[in-house]
Design a protein around this ligand. Structure first.
Ligand code: BMA
Length: 319
């Protein structure tokens, strides 16, 4: 339980978890880590569903208020396709959705679990019924990717998290650019994992896609702290320059959200909060996150409060 003496930036929906495996119209082990967007006046979640072989696919749920009465597709919406895309042989996971106004379509960045390790794949859709795959765009090991919704100059930009071959150097968030969303280059390290005892030491990754605000691109990222009792997944904030997203202008010192409730502490992987999507309506933000790799939960926040807090808790000097 959170400490009631201090106001938290994110408020959990009291009816959490909002979706469990038993809410699905078919048999599955778990439902978690959903991408989110608005479509036809409704909230759409593209949920990671792990079946009882251990292989994940993606399934759509829709709701008018984004909180209750989820209507879930009768079967998997997007299944791995190892015949046409061998890199999807062990499943597809953790989708992040970006709406590209210029092309009137959504780009889904997801993890394809290949025999060489997890990598970044992209697919596009106009209706979340049919999808067009662009295929693998980053080699393994790489995940936690999402596109920005606009071009910078003539190029698209993507955040992602490659894992280096040398474990000692840390896994950081990178930014890369592309003329066509298929061929990516100009790779640069953007947000580095801290070291030592920090909550975001050694391994970090993007959570939902970057969110445009008047002060910059708002980033929510997870920090993976390795402890004697296993890994702890917690969330912090960062801000990138609006015109030049290679410029990190603020970064939180403290984490802003951490596993506290039973459904976040105990599951298939304990002590994990893992958001892949958020939806902004005015100043109100709805964050959708996986709880302990087992269920889906919701928390809300005010964008203005997150930005104000980041100004007073900027930990840029503490790398
Ligand atoms: C990450 C991803 C997530 C998962 C998390 C905790 O590496 O695989 O899908 O929620 O680990 O197990």
């Amino acid at each position: 339980m959170s400490d009631q003496r201090f106001k938290e930036l994110f408020t959990r929906y009291p009816g959490n978890p909002i979706i469990r495996a038993t809410d699905l119209p078919y048999k599955a082990n778990s439902v978690f880590n959903a991408g989110a967007t608005l479509i036809d006046g409704e909230t759409l979640l593209l949920m990671r569903v792990e079946d009882r072989r251990g292989i994940s696919h993606l399934t759509v749920a829709r709701s008018l208020d984004g909180i209750t009465n989820w209507r879930i597709d009768p079967g998997p919406t997007l299944s791995p396709s190892p015949q046409t895309h061998p890199e999807e042989v062990w499943g597809i996971e953790d989708p992040r959705i970006t709406y590209i106004e210029e092309q009137k379509l959504w780009v889904v960045a997801y993890t394809a679990y290949s025999k060489g390790g997890p990598l970044v794949s992209l697919a596009t859709t106009r209706d979340f019924k049919s999808f067009e795959r662009k295929g693998a765009v980053m080699p393994p090991e790489d995940k936690d990717a999402a596109l920005f919704p606009v071009r910078f100059g003539s190029r698209w930009a993507m955040l992602h998290r490659p894992v280096p071959a040398f474990p000692g150097v840390g896994a950081h968030i990178w930014i890369s650019f592309s003329p066509d969303m298929k061929h990516w280059g100009d790779h640069q390290i953007l947000v580095t994992a801290r070291r030592g005892s920090w909550w975001d030491a050694n391994k970090i990754g993007l959570s939902p896609p970057p969110l445009r605000t008047e002060k910059g691109w708002l980033i929510l990222y997870h920090g993976v702290r390795t402890t004697a009792g296993g890994c702890l997944y917690r969330l912090g904030l960062a801000l990138l320059d609006l015109e030049d997203p290679t410029k990190l202008i603020a970064r939180s010192s403290e984490w802003v959200f951490a596993p506290e409730e039973d459904y976040e502490i105990v599951g298939d992987v304990d002590k994990v909060v893992f958001p892949c999507g958020w939806v902004a309506e005015g100043d109100e933000l709805r964050l959708y996150y996986g709880g302990a790799d087992k269920c889906l939960a919701l928390a809300t926040a005010r964008i203005s409060e997150l930005l104000d807090w980041l100004e007073t808790h900027n930990g840029m000097d503490w790398q």
